[in-house]
Design a protein around this ligand. Sequence first.
Ligand code: B12
Ligand code: SF4
Length: 568
Amino acid sequence: MKEKILISQRRKQFNNLDKLPVYDRSLVDYSRYNKSIGHAGVKYSMAIQATRGCPYRCFYCDVYKTTLHHHRRSVDNIFDEVKKIVDLGVKRIEFIDDIFNVKAKDFINFFNKVIKSNLKVKFFFPTALKGDLLTKEIIDIMMKGGAVGVNVSLESASPRMQKVMRKYLNIEKFKENLEYICKQYPEAVTTLNTMHGFPTEKEEEALMTLNFIKEMKWIHFPYLHVVRILPGTDLEKFALDHGVPRKAINESIDRSYHQVTPTLPFSKKFTEDFKIDFLREYVLKKERLLKVLPTQMQHFTEDELNQKYSSYFPTKIKSLKDVLKIAHITDDELKIKCLDEKEIEIPNLKEKIKKVYPVKKTNPDALRMLLINISTYFTKDRNISEYDVLEPPLGLIALLSYVNRVFGEKINGKIIKSRVDFDSYQELNKIVDNFNPDIIGISTMTFHKNFFHQAIKNIRDHGYKKMIIAGGPHPTTSYNEVLEDKNIDLCVIGEGEATLSEIIKKLIITDKKKLHHDDIANIDGIAFVKDDRYYERLTSNDLSEDIKESKSEEVSKIVPIYRYSKRK
Ligand code: B12
Ligand code: SF4
């Protein structure tokens, strides 16, 4: 099976992001997401992507597989979108970039523009800023410009581990900046990410990280994530080279970050004691909570705080009230109330979005494309993941915004997401039946891979025979594994806009019939299997004559050369 998997040439990444269409926010119904907590740990926020790719290569991270190079939108382009979103009435914006502040000049210019325009909006950086690239000047401008959720990632305070993981953080500078933020800007809600349990990590090195946290007295939300080894990363290779069994890696892959996994280099007792120490001596310390909670309550609603605190210790802490009880904090000691949801609501968002984003027309015979995001379990399974957040699928919004621009009336696309648009396989089937797509595109992360395969199996079992293609982080990093599933016709690797457009073009040319592997072979950025899985699914009646011959004249013209290469 494996030797049959072919990958075409690597798709060239977009280097001028300003030329991509502005993400069309009318493609999903934001009002169905806004009441749920999103990526930044808050409700009613909207995500912005200012950059793609990361210039760093931390050994545990696989972002470079989707976007190898780091490219940025111009400051004006980012600002224009931010302004457009603020004009809709959105009061919270989150940047989903891997590191938004990597180019200090742009970062400063952006905030200067925000300050000059007096935009009333709060910014969150859930994917973290690079802490050692900040300076006092940058911090001052960012805070003046409305930054609230200031996340930074240390991962480890051990200089050796920094080298091993190729993060090379300037720990002193990082510390100095974090201290400055905590001291000068207590109103900033700081989050510090750390990781616990890299292969070869020594107990004393783990303790260095814990001590670092303890020395920073006023961090709002410090996190100790148990290391998880993503497939295909250098960390995976490092782990295998240092004796971590493959079985242990596989078993850990879909565990949540707080669970003790079999890949840890420490005894279970060490990690458990470590975590208890962290919780007791830091997170739940009364003196600290009395200082940080008033700021948190001013910025977050009660259920946002409930979720933040329950992520520390889901079995014991379910809410802010539990935290107060455990820390022996009485109502008299904490008089302030949590943020009222009314203050962040966005009145008439749907109507405003309709006005701002042009309404798209479609021909009755337009190609119908259903894009499905599998990244949140159905309500009945919500306990599988401790990190239960709902975020509109920006990757699919990016794709549909692009293909809409390319194909206009010839394409009729629809985006749906698990839990939000279908909360069971029956509901999913109903959407597929009603929409009757000519092609289905599905995206997922490795964390949800079983759910993803199950959902696709369900669609096939229900009778859908046309093309199903997969894209996004998991199909990009693990196309070999994904294509073992015969229900999937091909994987799109990395950025999907141009690749998907070529696939659609070929489908339109072949009159929405199936694409043979010869048709797709010269499309850059795909992995596929040179077998007849596609045709096996069809009965003779499903195939028109030209498709039976597999290539019409027109298609042959478009596929002049076969330059796919056999994967090693
Ligand atoms: C926002 C975000 C989230 C959000 C929302 C995700 C969503 N599905 O909408 C939330 C908070 C839910 C989330 C959660 C997690 N995330 Co996350 N997240 C991100 C982040 C920062 C940005 C994603 C994004 O919007 N990118 C912008 C869009 C435009 O890009 P894109 O989604 O990649 O889409 C492009 C291509 O991938 C492709 N494409 C995507 N889908 C499809 C589909 C088809 C059919 C085609 C053709 C192409 C295609 O085309 C798109 C346009 O070019 C990425 C990091 C990153 N740089 O991408 C991590 C990332 C996706 N997350 C990751 C992880 C590990 C997680 C968690 C598992 C972590 C955890 N705590 O357990 C959880 C999931 C658990 C859970 N319970 O949900 C990993 C995934 C790695 C992997 N191999 O799966 C990433 C890559 C970060 C990393 N390296 O650690 N995440
Ligand atoms: S972890 Fe962050 S800094 Fe490191 S490579 Fe990934 S995105 Fe870049």
